[in-house]
Design a protein around this ligand. Structure first.
Ligand SMILES: C[S@@+](CC[C@H](N)C(=O)[O-])C[C@H]1O[C@@H](n2cnc3c(N)ncnc32)[C@H](O)[C@@H]1O
Length: 345
């Protein structure tokens, strides 16, 4: 577990020497097996402290690896950290509360303050939001994990996201959507934690210009922290249409494997807001969980349009088409039976 005072990572310090070195090599080297080994080694090197037990991530291109790229572009720093932009406040430890439990927190406790905090948002779910196997009982609610101020043990049931990735995932080239993320040989049960959407935490204002560029080139890694309960806590007088998330995660310059998760209109994963060592409700960590059992070797995807219900999605193709001609609004190639035709709608 992290020791306080917690280290804060700033976007201005995102390392780039490895990317610079690799990009200075000739194309022959960047297409060699050595470059693939290097990419995998960088992942281990940059994550072994925060995820010492996470299974190995392989880079696989069996689509066009001979002629094209053996790795994704060396354009980002691989990391599980949240890199704060200068106008984003560091984690709020003043408003962070820890429980006084000893040993393991009891899901029937009347005194555990973390359980009470959780029930402010999910009072219809008895006990913690995780079951005894650490799986999410229900999606959509913010998760309040035990934190470094708590008296409970590191393996308390209410600590899942902070323990890091437990399942194998591989970064694999797809035939039509660029790189994607695939399960390993093991099935991943419904409700399992996959990874956090790491990256640069930006203010909404700062995101505007980046968004325009990403939309034009047709590849975006922005994730707005616009969870529904944040709208509610902003007060009743805030018009829903006018409400804007304060912060956005950008995984373009720094991020982990989750930046390669492609969109699906019938996704097997979904993002969930989670808090560990953060007392600021507006700065949740985006944690990805499976929303159904994932078969061995299956591609992991989530919905970029935020659609998560089990009902049929609305098809608003015409609106999206009329909206603008940016490359990012290209046709969706998820292949799901109920594909709406577009990634962002
Ligand atoms: C966050 S990136 C995902 C990783 C990306 N495939 C890569 O190679 O870096 C988002 C971009 O992936 C592509 N993409 C993701 N899902 C897609 C889908 N269902 N259909 C077509 N392209 C998709 C689009 O170019 C999109 O802007």
């Amino acid at each position: 577990m992290l020791e306080f005072p917690q280290k804060v990572y700033y976007a201005r310090d995102i390392p780039h020497s490895v990317q610079d070195l690799m990009n200075s090599m000739d194309a022959h080297y960047r297409r060699s097996i050595m470059a693939k080994d290097m990419f995998e080694a960088v992942i281990v090197e940059n994550t072994f402290e925060d995820e010492p037990n996470a299974p190995h991530i392989s880079i696989v291109n069996d689509v066009d690896g001979d002629q094209e790229e053996v790795t994704p572009a060396w354009e980002f720093h691989y990391s599980n950290h949240i890199w704060h932009s200068d106008d984003v406040p560091p984690p709020d430890l003043v408003n962070l509360r820890g429980c006084d439990c000893k040993g393991h927190c009891d899901p029937k406790s009347q005194t555990c303050s973390c359980l009470k905090r959780q029930h402010e948002y999910s009072d219809d779910i008895p006990g913690f939001i995780y079951d005894e196997k650490g799986r999410l009982k229900r999606r959509g609610y913010p998760i309040f994990e035990c934190n470094d101020l708590c008296g409970c043990l590191d393996d308390c049931r209410n600590r899942v996201v902070q323990r890091g990735r437990q399942y194998t995932v591989n970064i694999r080239k797809t035939t039509n959507k660029g790189w994607g993320i695939f399960a390993g040989r093991q099935k991943i049960p419904k409700g399992s934690f996959i990874g956090i959407y790491a990256g640069e935490l930006l203010s909404e204002r700062e995101t505007e210009e980046r968004g325009k560029v990403y939309n034009k080139v047709g590849r975006t890694y922005l994730f707005e922290l616009d969870f529904y309960y944040l709208r509610k806590s902003a007060g009743d007088d805030t018009d829903d249409e006018e409400w804007q998330a304060k912060y956005v995660m950008d995984a373009y310059h720094a991020g982990n494997f989750t930046r390669f998760l492609n969109h699906s209109c019938d996704p097997n994963c979904a993002p969930n807001a989670c808090y560990v060592n953060e007392g600021n409700i507006e700065k949740p960590t985006v944690a990805l969980f499976t929303r159904r059992d994932v078969l061995p070797w299956e591609e992991l995807c989530f919905s970029y349009s935020g659609y998560e219900s089990d009902e049929e999605p609305e098809n608003n193709l015409e609106d999206v088409r009329a909206n603008n001609g940016d490359a990012v609004y290209a046709k969706c190639l998820c292949g799901a039976k109920r594909c709406t035709g577009f990634m962002f709608n």
